[in-house]
Write a protein that binds this ligand. Structure first.
Ligand code: NAD
Length: 440
């Protein structure tokens, strides 16, 4: 985006914020309640339930899980929050069909194992329910197209619930980019650096549903957290598009080493063969010629990080350094400045404390409840007001499709693989839409 346009955007944003404040009382009185069903009440589904219970206008009359214990815990949680009991759907892998067939639900949240995401989303869209599906949205290129076609043919919106697009620091960086402070963007780094062996395996070293993928597949298994903010920073699907990818996998040592050290060399977990390389590195080129370095790093011992770095002709932001460098603006040439003062200055409207302090504002608006609450609040608001979801289905599919494309590239000895264009050419004319304060 050109700088002049960026300034117009910021002016528009301030105008929108002012109008929202003036109108907040009126908007409040128009609000309806919404009713959602949750499919999958494990770790993440329960967290979504907890979030929904904090929003007074979201009701949860239906829950589904094949695990009766998980379901019972979720039911308890509803009741301890003083909410009515939900109807429970369980007993079979397709019990969710009963939930989506209800005629009183506005939306469903899908937080099940990965293999169910696409089929459950498609069935829910066909039943006319707006869909919030956990990350990643799909596992294969074909599933991506099937989801897109289901949304197009039914006219039912679906969003992949990528939370890191909503992080406070990432949204402040987005504002800075839109103001032109980094100049023209040319390059970005991102990673999911998260030691997740505790999630992939149970305490006896048996693979959980997610661990099975590390045995069967060698690819970037979890690219959406890294790519979430990158899509908005780089105007992907609204001015530019991901074009090609090349991926490489390091050898696979981490999982076997961990189990050999903790359970012994002869344990089943240490002797098992894992196809998944320890570090997957991908290089992505965009249609406009920008580049992205993407790392998946989830099975070696390490502290958590995302290693976001975005670089343009006027400077760069680095999450690792919690720093920024702006040519001709930073006080010392070629030296990092701390990022927090920039974050305070360019904080996104969604996160500004004053936004939640305005009369009639929602209780979980900016500054309250954290990134996941902001994400879900924006999702539920769009469902309630029947406005566009904050991220498009095409965005979710663009992030998810890195899984099968990196798989294909690695399997073919790191060949160049082309991205499908889920926007079907609209990326050339679409204007940026994410976090433009359309609803606030
Ligand atoms: N966005 C994030 O930050 C974040 C964090 C954690 C997990 N996740 C995602 O959330 C999803 C769930 O992960 P989790 O950690 O909660 O896993 P989990 O194993 O704790 O929960 C999955 C639940 O789905 C249930 N389930 C399995 N098959 C089912 C079926 N056919 N019908 C209904 N329920 C079924 C399981 O019994 C389980 O309770 C995954 O896609 C994961 O990637 C996202």
């Amino acid at each position: 985006m050109l700088r002049q346009e960026s300034e117009e955007y910021m002016n528009r944003r301030d105008f929108v914020m002012g109008s929202a404040a003036a109108l907040s009382g009126r908007a409040e009185s128009k609000r309806d309640r919404i009713r959602i069903g949750i499919i999958g009440t494990g770790n993440r589904g329960t967290s979504h339930l907890g979030g929904a219970l904090q929003i007074p206008w979201v009701d949860v009359p239906a829950l589904c899980d094949i695990d009766r214990q998980a379901l019972a815990k979720a039911q308890d949680r509803l009741q301890s929050a003083g909410r009515p009991k939900a109807e429970l759907y369980t007993g079979a892998e397709d019990a969710y069909r009963g939930l989506i067939a209800r005629d009183d639900l506005n939306a469903v949240i899908i937080a099940t194992p990965w293999k169910f995401h696409a089929p459950m989303s498609i069935d829910a869209m066909k039943a006319g329910k707006w869909v919030g599906v956990e990350v990643p949205a799909a596992q294969t290129v074909e599933e991506c197209w099937q989801m897109l076609r289901a949304s197009q043919s039914t006219g039912t919106p679906c969003m992949m619930l990528e939370n890191w697009s909503f992080r406070r620091d990432n949204l402040a960086v987005l504002n800075m980019i839109r103001l032109g402070l980094l100049g023209e963007i040319v390059h970005c780094h991102c990673a999911h650096g998260h030691d997740c062996l505790y999630w992939y395996f149970d305490q006896s070293g048996n693979p959980r549903w997610c661990g099975e993928y590390l045995i069967d597949r060698n690819c970037d298994q979890y690219p959406t957290h890294s790519l979430g903010p990158v899509l908005s920073w780089m105007d992907i699907n609204c001015g530019d598009a991901l074009d090609t990818i090349v991926s490489m996998a390091s050898r696979s040592l981490g999982i076997k080493h961990y189990f050999a050290e903790t359970m012994g060399r002869d344990s089943a977990a240490a002797r098992r063969h894992y196809r998944q390389g320890d570090i997957i590195s991908s290089l992505i080129k965009t249609k406009n010629g920008n580049t992205i370095v993407l790392n998946n790093d989830m099975q070696l011992p390490r502290p958590y990080d995302d290693r976001w770095m975005i670089q343009g002709t006027e400077g760069l932001y680095s999450e690792e350094h919690n720093g920024i460098y702006l040519w001709r603006r930073s006080p010392k040439e070629h030296q990092w400045e701390p990022f927090p003062p920039y974050q305070a200055k360019y904080d996104h409207a969604w996160w500004r404390p004053e936004a939640s302090a305005q009369p009639g504002a929602d209780p979980i608006a900016a500054g309250h409840g954290g990134t996941d609450q902001l994400l879900m609040h924006k999702f539920y608001e769009a469902v309630r007001d029947r406005t566009p979801l904050p991220l498009t289905l095409e965005d979710g599919l663009t992030m998810s499709v890195v899984i099968p494309l990196s798989d294909e590239s690695i399997a073919q000895g790191s060949t160049l693989v082309r991205f499908p264009d889920f926007t079907e050419g609209r990326w050339k004319t679409s204007r940026p839409y994410f976090a433009m304060d359309r609803t606030k």
